[in-house]
Every structure is written in structure tokens, then in C-alpha cells.
Design a protein around this ligand. Structure first.
Ligand SMILES: Cc1cc2nc3c(=O)[nH]c(=O)nc-3n(C[C@H](O)[C@H](O)[C@H](O)COP(=O)(O)O)c2cc1C
Length: 280
């Protein structure tokens, strides 16, 4: 959506603006100028605004409002970032959780997590990730059962797609009481984006990566669910409309989450990443 000048609602509190040009310099699409004393939108550039609000965030005195957002509504950043040690510990110590307590999370907890994850970056700030979350345990049960029933039908008619024949084993495990596909998790989060968006492959993965780390910081478990993604995309695609994924969206990825029924006491030990210095 292209914004017209008046819709940007750029407002400058002239008593607190120190004319430092920080907003002008930080605007990624160079739509601001000092005109001549205070920041203003360059009229024919208004439609370039991607609504990133960098101007609001970078103003040292909180003199700038835009798009109806006032600086008082923002979280001050002083002292709120985790230390490098804390964040490194979180990244190293997070684990894929494959055992969950049956008790679901409070809806408010899930809402707060998703409100935070809405701050994950998206290409050109498109902010179009759709977070489809399964909260209700009856819904989760139906999803499990219908997914397995659909896979079973394909397995029994020997029409599992080539390379995915091993899903017959997942059905056998289910019959023996072993839920390999959904790991007994109480919640599922599917992130989709419009197929025509600027970065449909990447935005959901970033959002889920942030969700995973946030969950770990709250001592909640998550599991990237590649098996269910294969199932939904290639074996039981009828599940996607049932799950409410819009037809013009592509499913980026999905993640199980909930209270873990397992605790880890130390990190695993991995070789340092495969790093090389580019010589040009
Ligand atoms: C894209 C992706 C898809 C995954 N899909 C599954 C899955 O379907 N089932 C599963 O049990 N684990 C899945 N995993 C978890 C990986 O097996 C796990 O990340 C890896 O073994 C390392 O363990 P860690 O996450 O505890 O460090 C997936 C991980 C990623 C990143």
C-alpha cells in the first residue's frame, strides 16, 4: 500500500526536537529532510515510506511521531537487552523438545509471545506473516487424527509420494501409541505469507526462529516440524484449507510448542560453524 503524505501523520514536537538530523539520516528510503529547521516528509517521496518507524525509534529526544504512533508508546531500550553471555547461552542451550506436558498454555501467554514475534523483521517491512495457532486441545486432537487418517489412506493405497514412503512407519508408530508427527504437543504454530509477497520463503522462518528463542527464554519447548510440513504439503494437502491457511498463502513452516516434559542440564557440544574468510 502506498501512503500519501497526510497519511504518514509525521508530527514534530518543536520544543524537544534538537534538529540533529538523526531521523533524516536513518530513513532507509530517504523520505525526510529538514525543511528548513524541522524534519518533514519530502512531498513526492511519501509513497516510498515502508512504515519501519526508524525515525521514531532513532529520535534521541522522543520528538517525533509518525503513522499515529507516539514515542511514549514505545519501549525504552536502555538496559533491556540481554547480555551476550545470556543470549549465547540461550542459543546454545535451546533444544528440540519432543516430549510435552498435556497441559496447554494460557491463551494470554500465547498472545503475548505472538505480539513479541510480530517484531521480527520482514522483507521491505511487509509484516504479512499470518500466525495460525492451535490453542484448543480438541482442535489439536482432530488435526492429529485427520492427518494420520489421510496418511494412512495413502499408505494403504500405496500412493505415498516417492521418497515419503517412510510415513507408513509413522502411521504404524501412531497405532502403537507413539505420536512421531506431533509429539503429543498441545500447540501448533503455522506461519504462512502471501505467495506474492517480497520474501515469502524467509519471513516465516525468521519469525519462527524468534519464537523458538523467546519460548526457550520462558522455559517452554518447541519443535520445528518438518515431518508435518511434508505431510501437509505433499501427502494430505486437504489439511491446509481445513487449518484455514488462505489459498493465496504459502506455508512457510510450522512449529510445535508447549510445556516441556523433559529438562536439559547442559549444552550439547558442536564443532564451530563451517567458516571461511572470503578472499576476493
Ligand atoms: C527445519 C527443521 C525441521 C525439523 N523437523 C523435525 C521434525 O519433523 N521432527 C523432529 O523430531 N525434529 C525435527 N527437527 C529438529 C532437528 O532434528 C534438530 O534441530 C536437530 O537434531 C538438532 O537438535 P537440537 O535442535 O536439539 O539442537 C527439525 C529441525 C529443523 C531446523
Amino acid at each position: 500500500m502506498e501512503l500519501q503524505l497526510k497519511e504518514l501523520q509525521l508530527e514534530i514536537d518543536q520544543d524537544s526536537c534538537i534538529q540533529c538530523r538523526a531521523c533524516v539520516q536513518d530513513c532507509p528510503y530517504a523520505i525526510l529532510e529538514l525543511a528548513p529547521d524541522y524534519p518533514a516528509v519530502i512531498p513526492d517521496r511519501a509513497e516510498q515510506c515502508i512504515e519501519c518507524q526508524h525515525c521514531l525509534a532513532v529520535c534521541p529526544t522522543g520528538a517525533l511521531s509518525i503513522l499515529g504512533f507516539e514515542p511514549e508508546g514505545s519501549l525504552p531500550l536502555k538496559g533491556i537487552f540481554p547480555t551476550e553471555e545470556q543470549l549465547s547461552g540461550l542459543i546454545r542451550g535451546r533444544r528440540s523438545v519432543r516430549r510435552y506436558k498435556a497441559t496447554p498454555l494460557e491463551p494470554e501467554v500465547i498472545d503475548a509471545m505472538l505480539a513479541t514475534v510480530a517484531h521480527a523483521p520482514t522483507g521491505v517491512n511487509n509484516c504479512q506473516c499470518l500466525f495460525s495457532v492451535v490453542e484448543d486441545q480438541e482442535v489439536m486432537k482432530r488435526i492429529r487424527e485427520q492427518t494420520i487418517a489421510g496418511i494412512r489412506a495413502k499408505a494403504e493405497s500405496e500412493s505415498l509420494p516417492s521418497g515419503l514412503e517412510f510415513f507408513a512407519g509413522i502411521v504404524r508408530a501412531w497405532d502403537e501409541g507413539n505420536d512421531i508427527l506431533f509429539r503429543g504437543a498441545p500447540h501448533l504454530l503455522l506461519v504462512s505469507t502471501p505467495k506474492q509477497g517480497p520474501s515469502p520463503q524467509v519471513d516465516p522462518i525468521i519469525a519462527l526462529s524468534y519464537f523458538e528463542l523467546l519460548a526457550a527464554s520462558m522455559k517452554l519447548g518447541t519443535l520445528w516440524n518438518g515431518l508435518a510440513k511434508w505431510a501437509f504439503m505433499d501427502i494430505v494437502p486437504e489439511m491446509l484449507p481445513r487449518l484455514g491457511i488462505p489459498e493465496d498463502h504459502s506455508l512457510g513452516y510450522l512449529m510445535l510448542f508447549g510445556q516441556p516434559a523433559v529438562q536439559y542440564f547442559r549444552t550439547v557440544q558442536r564443532a564451530p560453524g563451517n567458516v571461511r574468510r572470503v578472499v576476493f
